[in-house]
Ligand binder design. Structure first.
Ligand code: IVH
Length: 687
């Protein structure tokens, strides 16, 4: 609690202490979330901590340090990436694919070590640490006294590109090392930046929906995202990091690679989780087989394992060649790229009407799975890769999703078909196809069975209204029999109608009707998610529901109000606005309401009268006694208003606390209504 007698200097000290506490907490939660994958607090609680820090730093800008978690947002764009020389060459690895070659590696290690150490090594136990070979791009990270100061790409191994500001945006990269094990004064770490498969697919979806070019694989996506001139773009890209080597360090060195990985982890750096310390080369072979079997289930791409002699003194004895160390080897898996033929190109229609071209392939086995179709993303992508029916192509698999065509393989003398053209009419309903950039969509909306089916499946899905028994097959029946023409029709289905459908009996029909009826009680966030508004996924639906409490409040909110909500940017705001402006969507909502849906956040703090500050803006100046700035801000936001940092003629209220600053003068000059702290409470929490 602030004391009225506090001087500015005292306040500053308190602020500075609080800032340090917040930073520590946020770093700890970042580590738990991004490195350990084991969050301890909700996103909401995290946001609160983060916002409090942002606010405090805004009030005391000179207390901002480059390692503050708030400084991960990216910096202004550069003209080019600067070059940096590595302190030690960043070596590459020799790679092998066969069992015999691994045995030969072990033999060579023994022979060379024996020569170096002048003793027989044939029967000596050589421990190997084996870890996944991540399919990303390697980076060098430099820490001075535990602080991240520089990061670079590998480049030619001697000189790389300075990507420090881009790397700062990676949440899994500690800007300050944890000091349980005191970090050395100077430390150069080597690691791999990569992208998780689910993040990669979501990113490609986002890019192609806007008509951009999809990345061919997660490695290209990671490289393209890290080597950005505009670090704000990197900040939006879901990059991950793992660290596997210290290249240079001052002070004592762990005796083995295994211990080295443990040390990296103890400093808070992400290190490979799937790793094994093997007592023999047979165990190395077994681990390789285990990881290959697990490969499909891993959330990221690996292309093999790396086998490393564990003892660092032995590593040193073995030394290195010009390009690669003699003590390590990449033991690769069989490739997951195969060559096949495009038999046809068809177009599918998604839930939002997007037309996606798909290549039908001559079935081919890629890494143990038979592939017969590949996404071509959009028309530009097909043109860029110049893919036509009959072409020979290389297909690449990234996880268990629909694979992509990496590139065309030109065949000398081949006669090719005409370039592919997107259809003028929807292949499902025949409605006209509209176009926005590279992105084509069917204009038929709910009249298009493909869109209606997609919308219903989405509405009934687990994350949305969770209607048990309303799966793909039933949705198709309902649409094809003409029983459901738009969403609200679901709630008017009858027993007789269902019983007339293939596969329905008394029990299943009444269960489905009951599940549909139950869904009327769904929470607002589920309903919002179910509507299938572009850009409004589960998380954003929750943010909206929490902030606005009722559907009416969301519909009534204009873009400014929407954008004032944390995490709602211009694209989401525009998407919401255009969705609710559309007559057809309004009608659907109106009908659903008449059928008994309430669209309110149960127990929502912000329903009805409590939203009396809708659209009002507040500015705070001076210290408050009853609340922290952050709490005051939340109070305003919970009642529909928003808080800005400077006074303008659009400001509705200036709240003047103790020792108000120049904002108060500005408010007087502009004639903005001024509130004392008690008046502020009366206004927002009338008894
Ligand atoms: S050790 C001298 N360990 O593979 C040590 N490399 O083909 C050299 N890579 O350039 C690197 N995962 O970018 C090492 N667990 C791992 C790795 C790994 C991926 C990459 C690295 C290197 C390339 C060599």
């Amino acid at each position: 609690m602030r004391q009225s007698t506090q001087t500015d200097a005292e306040k500053r000290v308190l602020a500075s202490q609080r800032i340090e506490t917040l930073r520590k907490e946020i770093r700890r939660h970042d580590h738990l979330y991004y490195v350990k994958d084991r969050p301890e607090i909700s996103d909401l609680a995290y946001d609160r901590l983060f916002r409090e820090l942002v606010d405090l730093e805004a009030a005391y800008p000179d207390l901002i340090t480059p390692d503050s978690p708030t400084q991960r947002v990216g910096a202004p764009p550069l003209d080019e990436l600067a070059k940096v020389a590595h302190e030690r060459p960043m070596l590459s690895l020799d790679s092998i694919t066969d069992r015999e070659e691994v045995l030969a590696f072990d033999k060579r290690v023994r022979r060379e070590l024996g020569k170096e150490l002048d003793r027989a090594m044939e029967s000596e136990t050589i421990h190997y640490t084996v870890e996944p070979k991540y399919d990303g791009l390697s980076v060098e990270l430099v820490y001075e006294s535990g602080r991240f100061v520089r990061g670079a790409t590998r480049g030619d191994g001697h000189v790389g590109e300075d990507v420090t500001i881009n790397l700062r945006t990676l949440r899994s990269l500690p800007l300050t090392l944890q000091a349980d094990v005191a970090p050395p004064a100077h430390l150069v770490v080597r690691g791999e930046v990569y992208m998780r498969l689910d993040d990669f697919q979501a990113l490609n979806r986002r890019i192609t929906e806007r008509g951009g070019d999809a990345f061919a694989n997660p490695r290209n996506a990671a490289a393209g995202s890290l080597r950005q001139l505009d670090s704000r773009i990197t900040a939006e890209r879901p990059l991950a990091l793992t660290c596997y080597d210290t290249m240079v360090r001052s002070g004592p060195v762990p005796p083995t690679h295994w211990d080295e990985l443990d040390t990296l982890a103890a400093w808070g750096l992400p290190a490979p989780e799937q790793r094994r310390r093997c007592d023999s080369i047979d165990e190395v072979l077994a681990f390789h087989a285990d990881i290959e079997a697990e490969r499909e289930a891993l959330p990221f791409e690996i292309d093999g394992v790396v086998v490393k002699v564990d003892r660092r003194d032995w590593q040193a004895a073995l030394g290195e060649k010009s390009r690669s160390p003699r003590w390590a080897i990449a033991f690769k898996f069989s490739p997951r790229k195969e060559i096949t033929r495009v038999q046809d190109i068809v177009v599918s229609v998604g839930r939002t009407g997007t037309l996606t071209p798909l290549a039908l392939l001559k079935p081919v086995e890629v890494g143990g799975v038979t592939i017969s179709r590949a996404t071509l993303h959009n028309a530009d992508e097909i043109a860029r890769k110049d893919i036509r029916v009959g072409d020979t192509v290389k297909v690449e698999r990234a996880g268990d999703v629909i694979p992509a065509i990496a590139e065309r393989v030109p065949i000398t003398g081949e006669r090719r078909a005409e370039p592919f053209r997107m259809p003028d009419a929807c292949p499902v309903c025949g409605a006209a196809v509209a176009r926005e950039g590279a992105y084509y969509y069917c204009s038929g909306q709910a009249a298009c069975p493909a869109q209606l089916k997609g919308a219903l499946e989405h509405f009934a899905s687990k994350q949305a209204l969770n209607i048990d028994g309303l799966g793909k097959k039933t949705v198709a029946q309902l649409v094809e029999e003409g029983l459901v023409r738009e969403l609200p029709d679901l709630y008017e289905l009858t027993m007789d109608q269902l019983l007339a459908l293939d596969g329905f009996a008394d029990k299943s029909a009444s269960l489905l009707l009951e599940a549909i009826r139950q869904s009327k009680q769904a929470t607002l966030d589920r309903f919002l998610m179910g509507l299938g508004i572009r850009q409004v996924g589960r998380h954003i639906a929750k943010v909206l529901a929490r902030r606005f409490g009722t559907l009416d409040a969301i519909v009534a909110a204009d873009r400014d109000i929407l954008e004032s909500v944390h995490e709602i940017g211009p694209e989401i705001a525009a998407s919401l606005e255009s969705f609710f402006r559309e007559e057809r969507n309004r009608r659907v909502i109106h009908r659903l309401r008449k059928l008994g849906m309430s669209f309110e956040e149960p127990g929502g703090p912000k329903s009805g009268a409590a939203r009396r500050m809708e659209g009002k803006t507040f500015v705070f100046t001076g210290g408050l006694t009853r609340l922290s700035r952050d709490e005051a801000k939340r109070l305003v936001e919970d009642s529909g208003g928003r808080v800005t940092s400077s006074v303008s003629k659009h400001t509705n209220f200036v709240v003047a606390g103790q020792d108000p600053g120049s904002k108060l003068d500005e408010a007087r000059r502009l004639g903005v209504q001024i509130l004392t702290e008690p008046e502020f409470h009366d206004l927002l929490e009338p008894s």
